[in-house]
Design a protein around this ligand. Sequence first.
Ligand code: C2E
Ligand code: MG
Ligand code: MG
Ligand code: MG
Length: 291
Amino acid sequence: HAKRLGRNRCVSFTAEMNQQMQQRINLETFLHGAVAAGQLQLVYQPKVSLHTGGIVGCEALLRWHHPQLGMIPPDQFIPVAEESGLIVPISAWVMRTACLQAKAWFDAGLPRTTVAVNISAYLLQQDLSVWTLDVLQETGLAPELLELELTESMIAQDVERTIGIFDRLTAVGIRLSIDDFGTGYSSLSYLKHLPVDTLKIDKSFVDNMLIRSEDEAIVRSVIRLAHSLKFKVVAEGVETAEQCDVLRAYRCDEIQGYYFSKPVSAQAFETLLREGTRLEISDTTMLPKIS
Ligand code: C2E
Ligand code: MG
Ligand code: MG
Ligand code: MG
């Protein structure tokens, strides 16, 4: 079980390990009842267009509030959910809740917004397309308003079968994007065969973009590559005006990050939409010069 306890780490049977294992078992036990107990919540982080400054969509992010343990971040409990199989009922809840919410915003006549849901690689063991289409049917959300965020590791698994599932999803109008792009091992040759239309540049590159020229080069090349393959590019984890300006100069299409808004409750996101809150877009001539 060494693998369960942490990646890239050598472990020996120590008291610390026992404690970690115990914590993990507890987490799993608690997680079992979380959906039914209403302890899960979705928060929504806006995605903003760098072309217009307007909100174009949001990403639904999972939160778990346990009465005793407090707020447990997804990076801690998603792996537990995946290894225990609980990811299936949890993801079903996430998908249904996000679609119902987006349908409610649509019905309320708010400005058009897409909703993006993160998909765990473990869900590919089942036919994700059947499952997703059922939720759309049940909630009545237009497929064009649903986006699925996939990771590169998912794609490398069983390429033929995965492409089949993706094709069935995009055939009805659902959008697919690749999350945390650049951190996995996706072969560039897969990219052109995939029915994906968006790449999300990982936060780690955005973080270091203004500090390390290597990261700046990666960001710039990913944007170029994406555009020449007709993909849209979203930069995640944008925290400053400087990052925003450089990304605009590179013709990045959208940003998501604390600079515009942290993930917020459904109600707070609705207020942003209703009030037409937008990103201040500077004059293009004021953007940093790029060679
Ligand atoms: P992700 O899909 O890459 O989501 C982006 C993460 O970056 C979110 O963390 C978001 O809050 C954070 N973030 C966005 N902008 C900024 C910024 O400007 N600064 C900083 N420091 N952070 C920023 P969060 O919500 O903690 O989620 C972490 C990861 O957990 C997600 O990464 C995703 O992989 C996973 N996750 C979240 N919700 C779900 C879900 O419903 N299902 C699955 N399978 N995974 C989920
Ligand atoms: Mg994501
Ligand atoms: Mg991401
Ligand atoms: Mg990320």
